[in-house]
Design a protein. Structure first.
Length: 436
């Protein structure tokens, strides 16, 4: 159990081997598809994070039988899900609580739109502030009726068994929105297509194929034929690259460091972080797993060592590929070089206003950072001194502040550090194990 306040002390270097927790994005998708498949699915390496637990809790509330078979501190959960088939979920007896998980509420909304009953999805205070019109609009076009609090949760969904296929182009690049529409389209009459303004992670497309569905991908147009029946599978979730990014940055930031990250997912639509880190000066070696991975998701090993850090600018078209990793990339820039980001206004509607909260926290630690309307600019013009910071109930900020704190001249007390459990409950224990 992570304390609400964790103090991180500076360290000269980090060294060791890490196996990151199961990929959050893939865990959500495997559980959702297993629930509407026919037969039993066994999933190993399922994320231990609170967000993925929210998905399981909501599915149980919809009549899905889920058994926890085992739990391992390194490789995560092993679960067994009895699928109920397309349109086989049961009306819930109570409001479904997605906790802090935007992935849960948005993607599950796509499935519930195809069930002819009423269901209400809500979440914690942070989730209830996040925008949902981006999924409400396409799902209503398909035939569902959805009420909300001015476009925010709770969402009350009146689904229908006769969804219409649509062609949809989101205003904002979002893998969650794409996934919600495709999951609804799996139940619709005809072919549902999503045209992406910029390519986003393709875990849903790969997962659909793993469960036996046919998915078309031409340029940035993704399509799925309605009525395809999914079959239960035995799957392994690779390690989460977004979680591994914290150890990649720690290894790159501190002279004399070397960290080996094993069993990590190397999906090309998630791997932009590796290119950005290389541009910033990190020395990273990548090797693919001998078996290539599982269910179309490539995995492998990464070794990171310290390099000379240099300033870079991230253009708006690069942002979607590293949107989750921007806070920890900013942490790297406090150790050396500089990082400028524009086109990242999406950060303002994450678990917190990540731009404002990141700038506030880094300033409290002594950083040289400018806040932009759609991003930030952080420079390593002086060494951090440490101090007291507030993670604003945001898991990625709690962990990014911890990585930045490793290079400070004094200790840093992180308030709200327990938010790390949303995606990486073991984070601070692993951090302690890497201290050299």
């Amino acid at each position: 159990m992570v304390s609400d306040v964790v103090t991180v002390h500076p360290v000269a270097r980090v060294r060791g081997r890490v196996r990151p927790p199961g990929d959050k994005s893939i865990s959500h998708r495997y559980a959702l598809l297993a629930a509407i498949a026919e037969g039993t699915s066994s999933i190993s390496g399922y994320s231990t994070g609170g967000d993925c637990g929210s998905t399981l809790r909501c599915l149980r509330g919809l009549g899905v039988s889920i058994e926890e078979v085992g739990r391992h501190p390194e490789t995560g959960l092993e679960i067994r899900i009895e699928g109920r088939g397309l349109r086989g979920l049961r009306p819930p007896d109570a409001v479904l609580d997605a906790g802090n998980s935007g992935s849960t509420i948005r993607m599950l909304a796509g499935i519930l739109a195809a069930h002819p009953f009423r269901a209400t999805l809500t979440g914690d205070e942070s989730l209830r502030r996040r925008p949902m019109r981006r999924v409400v609009v396409p799902l209503e076009r398909m035939g569902a009726r959805i009420s909300s609090e001015d476009g925010r949760p709770p969402l009350t969904i009146e689904g229908t068994s006769r969804l219409a296929a649509i062609e949809f182009e989101p205003d904002v690049p979002s893998a969650q929105v794409k996934s919600a529409v495709l999951l609804a389209g799996l139940h619709a009459d005809g072919v549902t297509r999503v045209r992406e303004p910029l390519a986003t992670r393709d875990h849903t497309e790969r997962a659909l194929r793993a469960f036996g569905a046919s998915v078309s991908c031409v340029d940035r147009m993704v399509g799925v034929q309605g009525g395809q029946r999914l079959q239960g599978q035995t799957l392994t979730v690779p390690g989460d690259l977004s979680s591994a990014a914290f150890w990649l940055v720690a290894g790159a930031a501190l002279p004399g460091s070397e960290v080996t990250i094993e069993g990590v997912g190397l999906n090309p639509t998630r791997a932009a972080i590796l290119g950005v880190l290389a541009r910033m000066g990190a020395r990273i070696e990548s090797s693919a797993a001998p078996d290539g991975g599982s269910a179309g998701e490539p995995t492998g090993t990464l070794v990171v060592r310290h390099g000379t850090l240099t300033p870079i600018e991230l253009a708006p078209e690069e942002v979607p590929g590293v949107i989750d990793e921007l806070p920890v990339l900013a942490a790297l820039a406090t150790h050396g070089g500089a990082l400028g980001v524009t086109g990242a206004q999406e950060l303002r509607v994450k678990e917190s206003d990540r731009i404002a909260a990141l700038a506030e926290g880094f300033r409290r630690m002594g950083a040289d950072i400018d806040e932009r309307p759609d991003g930030f600019h952080v420079r390593a013009s002086r060494r951090l001194r440490g101090g007291e910071v507030d993670a604003h109930h945001d898991h990625r900020l709690a962990m990014a502040f911890a990585i930045a704190a490793l290079g400070a001249s004094g200790p840093t007390a992180i308030h709200g550090a327990d938010a790390a459990a949303v995606s990486y409950p073991e984070f601070f224990a692993v951090l302690e194990s890497l201290r050299a």
